[in-house]
Design a protein. Sequence first.
Length: 267
Amino acid sequence: MPPSPHGDEGTSRPPLLEIVIPAYNEERRLPGGLLQLCAKLARMPFPTAVIVVDNNSTDRTAEIVRNWPRGPVAVRLMQCPAPGKGAAVRAGLLGTSAPFVGFVDADMATDLDAIDVAFGQLLSGERVVIGSRAHRDSHVENRHSKIRELGAFWFRTLAGTLVRGVSDTQCGFKFFDGVLAREIAALLRTPGFAFDVEFLARCVGQGSAVREIPVRWHDMPGSRFSPARHTFGIVLELGRIWLRLRAHPRAAPRPAWEPPLDPVGYP
């Protein structure tokens, strides 16, 4: 379904940068996060837009976006019936048309000042720029349990076999050349938590280096991830990605999604 426009349509200039926010039951965190993002983008010296992808929310997420006040940054709503954060990000990216695009989490755990750095890298010729909490210059406020930290360590180890040289595949702050992002999104078939790994692996497989930049990242309350409930599914999802990339590293898969192993995948 195409995004419904909502925001200031007073400018006829198309956006140079579009940012996707995947959202599942985010009525508590979305208003503050969207306010921060719009305030940041309004200070950019070029047109920007935001697409919020409602991923089958049962709360007021879609209503919040529909009623968002008009302003200098166009805010649009898109509905994604397929479950999973990967499905929502895919739908949002395919709904963009800007030369540069990105996606961020609704909680805005990554400080938005990093947008300036990411966009500057894109203008200098980089095609994939991602925030990395593992970067030596990053500042990370982390209140996760020891069990979750151990799970994250093993995930990074497994992900590293698929996307070599990338230290943090899961930070919810990624920006791309628009043409590349839409090309890769059309190939994406991982609907859940591990979709970032497939996305980045396909970028690398098509010859685009991944540039990691430092971020200020704050652990936000409200995480849905549970090591006990999700670890097994995530490992299977990584296995599927490995098999898919070996079998068809560049060919476009059939349009149907595989059954999601982790149907949510939201932070």
